[in-house]
Design a binder for this molecule. Sequence first.
Ligand SMILES: [Zn+2]
Length: 446
Amino acid sequence: MANRDDFTDKTKRVLAERAGQQCSNPNCGHSTAGPSDADSKKSTLLGKAAHITAAAEGGPRYDAKLTSEERKSPENGIWLCAECADRVDKKENEHQFPVELLKHWKQFNESVTGTDYASLQDRAHYPVRKLRIVDFGGVIGDITINFGALTLFYGTSKLNQSVCDLLRTFSEREKFEQTRQPRSGVRSWNYGIIPIVEKISLGVTVLTSEPRYFAEAGKLHITLSDAKDFVVRTTTDDVAIFVGDAPLPVFSPVLNIVTIRKNFESVVFSGDSEEEFDDIRGLSTFFGVSVKEIRDCIQGVASDISLFNYNYKLENESNLLIKLSHNRDFLPIRVLSSGELKRFILDMAIRVATYSSRVRPTVMTINQSYISSLDARGWADFLEWVEKSRPPFQVVADCCYRPSEGDLSRALCYDAVGTDMAVTSFGLRTWAEFQKAESEGAKGVI
Ligand SMILES: [Zn+2]
């Protein structure tokens, strides 16, 4: 038998701890440590450190180019439950578990378990760890979603509020106060008689083939990275916020959300005259921050950050000028094309979120449908930038299209699973699975 480059006990422990004692296969995720059944003084370990490329010649994915040191390094290992490890370690299953997939699983799991940014400071950069939705917002039953530094959703049109909207419930008083449990059992809407011309009138009744039923009461739990747990409880006519089980007398925001909303063009450029069109007061209204803060975002602390290499300057303290990467001159915002405008808003949102994160943990939420004219490459540039540059804020996106471009390895991607009328689970997908249509098999690998 050839020499085997087995992991040391220390390496196994490092792998187990990096994985948060959880199987790294995203379609499994079983805990790998627990109580012993036989002895209340003992624990049981059910995990195994598997080799990404085999420990010995002839083993699965063996890479002759690696040195013995590299082969037994934690970088060549992945923590799995015993069952998944046995599958991955079988030579005949090699084609099913290529090196890239296992590396992806490993990074992905470190992102899910929050062990990739282990320091307290880094954890503060992404405040939302978990959202539990119980009979609320179009979810039937009890669903928990884990969040990483970058979390993407697809299919949330099945919900009556996007995941970004659900998070805003914890951030904005107005959103919180408007939150109610939707009423159930609506089967039809009668739009009555609409007169078309004097002698003809039209009656319109819309029937829903499958009525959406809502529970009488719902709950939305959020767990933040500092382990604080907030709960919003709703009925059809009331909403209340709790910390754990204790009711809070008043609502105050538990996290900061910077968001891109609907119709931003009309909000940002609300002015009638051309001067008003370029005035930063529109941006201030749009992002819900003061004019001074917008000014600071443009001139001050965050001025070195630009996703698309844009440069900005202010004229007369409040008129914004932009220099696109391929242009030599600064231009007024009003001359931008629709696509450039989307990039500009995204760029500005990054600045505002960076600025905001200096004061309070911040989440940037984006509903892709609001920037749908941003091209696939622009969207991919944004997501890749978030993953690689690790900005000081968390990003959550509701995607209206499956991404066709981009290369991510740590993003947590979820497909909302259910009927058009109810979401019953959120399936965690790898990036490659997330990009494919469901019919092509966004199913589990195992
Ligand atoms: Zn497993």
